[in-house]
Write a protein that binds this ligand. Structure first.
Ligand code: AMP
Ligand code: MN
Ligand code: MN
Ligand code: MN
Length: 278
């Protein structure tokens, strides 16, 4: 089993990197990419734990980007976490996260909910995401679960939503490539774009130097993979697969439990290694 999209406590996963690797080994995942949001701080610990557990670790990251006004995630696989251009890009994204978190905090305060950022920070093991705000708000009794928090407060168009000013899609792809990595357009169906706009996004991603589409992601309708495989073929892109695992108690996928890639697409992981880029 291979799983090329997962999170640890360095971003908004529930497990530490060593716990994630233990879980991977126990579930039978042989190849695992750790792809935390906008940070690579979990990768050192993950590499040591992977070695000890006989799992092959693919060093990765999931970058927050903006494309034509929509938030789009780009996974980088096989990156050098110390590459200078990527490091600068990550600190820019982390600064933007900080700025956005303070704005979210102010909005929640105006809605009668004080101390949300402090609460979110207390739960975070690294950078602060909306998932930490959601966990804090649930713990503080403002909602029954995270889904309700997003539906009522933090989701797009809701009163405490703040759109991040992330990196332009093309820049994020360039950072990944300059770090020696392969850029993967993450969970393309989750952006709720029209078919035409999705096609334009895939085209822009390809033009920017993107390599693969995440054809299989956790919790997507079975027909989605076929649509995405068609797009990958049409634009000459490879295919990736990953659960987007955030922890046993979180929505998104279960670790490693993924359907096979549809026929007619080539996987970014083949013959025991990530594809080489020229
Ligand atoms: P951010 O990157 O700060 O915008 O936070 C987004 C994160 O919140 C995602 O990566 C998910 O982990 C989590 N998230 C988004 N939507 C939901 C939802 N409806 N229910 C639970 N968690 C969510
Ligand atoms: Mn997340
Ligand atoms: Mn994502
Ligand atoms: Mn993810």
């Amino acid at each position: 089993m291979i799983d090329l999209h997962t999170h640890s406590r360095a971003s908004d996963g529930e497990l530490t990197a060593p716990e994630l690797l233990t879980e991977a080994a126990a579930t039978g995942v042989r190849v695992l990419a750790l792809t935390d949001h906008d940070t690579v701080t979990g990768l050192g610990q993950a590499a040591a734990a992977a070695l000890a557990r006989g799992v092959t670790l693919v060093p990765g990251v999931e970058l927050s980007t903006t494309w034509e006004g929509s938030g789009v995630h780009v996974v980088g696989l096989g990156i050098d976490p110390e590459a200078a251009v990527l490091t600068r890009g990550l600190s820019r994204l982390q600064q933007e996260r900080r700025r956005r978190a303070e704005l979210i905090d102010r909005r929640l305060l105006r809605l009668g909910i004080p101390g949300a950022l402090a609460g979110a920070e207390a739960l975070a093991g690294g950078l602060v995401t909306r998932a930490h705000f959601a966990r804090h708000l649930v713990a503080a009794g403002h909602a029954k679960d995270a889904a309700e928090v997003f539906k009522r407060l933090l989701g797009r168009g809701k009163p405490a939503h703040v759109a991040g000013e992330w990196a332009p899609l093309s820049e994020a792809v360039a950072w990944i490539r300059s770090a020696g990595g392969v850029a993967v357009l993450a969970h393309p169906q989750r952006y709720r774009l029209t078919a035409t706009r999705l096609r334009r996004l895939v085209e822009a991603f390809k033009e920017a130097g993107g390599t693969a589409l995440e054809v299989i992601t956790g919790r997507q309708p079975p027909t989605a993979a076929l649509v995405l495989a068609g797009l990958a073929r049409r634009f000459g892109l490879l295919a990736s697969l990953g659960s987007d695992f955030h922890g046993p108690g979180m929505p998104w996928g279960g670790l490693g439990r993924l359907p096979a890639l549809p026929a007619g697409v080539d996987c970014v992981w083949r013959d025991g290694a990530l594809v080489e880029l020229r």
